[in-house]
Design a protein around this ligand. Structure first.
Ligand code: GLV
Ligand code: MN
Ligand code: MN
Length: 414
């Protein structure tokens, strides 16, 4: 009897997956989550943890000059690249990133030592997916889309430490950056927690990702006149902070008529200068983000931002500049990868899967620029993520690992 008839294909070891994820959670623990900013001590310890385990999966480990961990196989046959990231947002969850890395490690452990499967899974942990220093620096470096000048300019958004200083403090300065060997991989597969409530609310176990949203980011700066908060009459003030607050509300009033069904926008940071109770702010700045998978929607919203900025300036109290600091790159997931995830879900998750777009950014959208890419999601409890309470039921983590390993096997066997 062959394997297909008995379904004795190798399976993920769920207990080992949970033990690995908990081992990573014990590095840089914060409440029930973790605090692992890029190039922090717990982040570097997590990279070393992975590098030490790659030989168990018959992979040789490298940590390259941007902080990517790469596990390379000498097995013959097709190669599938799989991974995610190991740094976290500040004081955030334990699964955003590590889940995809541990699934990739598990798939490599199961598949690479199996002589019955032609080909191998290679593992990657991409550096700085969470954007402490830039956006997708690790995966963009790997696909050849990150210049040395961009690294020179990158700074930690919390400490202002330069990326160059950080690289030298962790011993990676001067190390070569590894770039993709074109044609080596049949594609890239990434697993992630959903970070939303679609799967949980429909009692589904697997999200088959169809597309990944693009992320556009802006620095919007208001210039007024700094002055005394007690002696300056209301009628003559040029309050940059007030202009900013009005602008935020105007965005929320005008965007719904112009946006797409899944467009989202967020003002994530506001800075008032000088930021004191007795001083009218002379300058105010907001970091503003929009996401959509359709660049034409974003173009419409950008025109609206420009119109609104013009109106504020014409009114005369303050002037506004809108500076684009990040351009989105939405990506479609490969149909063959989607089919393989769906077939694996039928075999390992009772068919409890749904095709869905990703509203979060992921390294898969960068890898998709040079090879076919696919993603699968597992449920997030309460849809919570980018918060330390982020969690997924152990049973759902195990089911996801089973589906992931089976998807890798299907893709490798073509
Ligand atoms: C990634 O973490 C994102 O913000 O989408
Ligand atoms: Mn992530
Ligand atoms: Mn994240």
């Amino acid at each position: 009897m062959n394997r297909a008839m008995t379904d004795h294909y190798p399976r993920a070891d769920g207990a080992r997956v949970l033990a690995d994820l908990n081992a990573l959670r014990s590095i840089g623990t914060y409440k029930t989550g973790v605090h692992k900013p890029t190039f922090s001590e717990p982040h570097m310890r997590s990279l070393a943890w992975l590098a030490e385990r790659l030989p168990d999966a018959k992979l040789s480990a490298t940590i390259d000059g941007i902080g990517n961990v790469l596990g390379t196989s000498a097995k013959s046959g097709p190669k599938l690249l799989a991974g995610s990231h190991l740094e976290s947002q500040n004081f955030a969850g334990w699964l955003d990133g590590p889940l995809g890395v541990v699934y990739a490690l598990e798939a490599a452990r199961v598949i690479n030592s199996d002589p019955g499967i032609n080909g191998a899974v290679e593992v990657a942990a991409w550096c700085d997916e969470e954007g402490h220093f830039g956006n997708f620096l690790g995966s963009r470096s790997y696909v050849g889309a990150l210049t040395e000048a961009e690294i020179d300019a990158a700074r930690d958004r919390n400490s202002e430490r330069t990326m160059r200083d950080a690289l030298s403090q962790v011993g990676l300065a001067g190390q070569p950056r590894v770039t993709a060997e074109r044609g080596r991989h049949i594609g890239y597969l990434e697993a992630h927690i959903e970070q939303g409530e679609v799967l949980e609310s429909d009692d589904l176990k697997i999200g088959v990702v169809t597309s990944i949203v693009g992320i556009w980011q802006y620095r919007i700066t208001f210039t007024g006149e700094q002055n005394h908060a007690g002696t300056t009459r209301m009628a003559i003030r040029k309050d940059a902070g007030l202009a900013l607050a009005r602008f935020c509300l105007a965005i929320d009033d005008s965007f719904p008529a112009l946006c797409g069904p899944r467009t989202v926008w967020t003002t994530g940071r506001i800075t008032l200068d000088p930021g004191a109770p007795s001083i009218i702010p002379g300058r105010a700045e907001m970091l503003f983000q929009m996401r959509d998978s359709d660049p034409t929607v974003i173009a419409r919203l950008e025109q609206q931002l420009a119109r609104m900025a013009e109106e504020v300036t014409v009114q005369g109290r303050c002037s506004v500049t809108v500076e684009k600091i990040r351009t989105g790159a939405p990506a479609m997931m490969d149909p063959r990868f989607q089919d393989a995830i769906e077939a694996a879900s039928a075999a390992r998750a009772n068919g409890k899967s749904i095709r869905m777009p990703s509203g979060a950014g992921h390294d898969a959208q960068i890898l998709a620029t040079i090879m076919p890419a696919g993603m699968l999601f597992v449920p997030s409890i309460g849809g919570i993520s980018h918060h330390w309470s982020e969690n997924t039921a152990d049973a759902d983590i195990v089911t996801g690992a089973e589906v992931f390993v089976d998807t890798c096997r299907r893709l490798l066997s073509g």
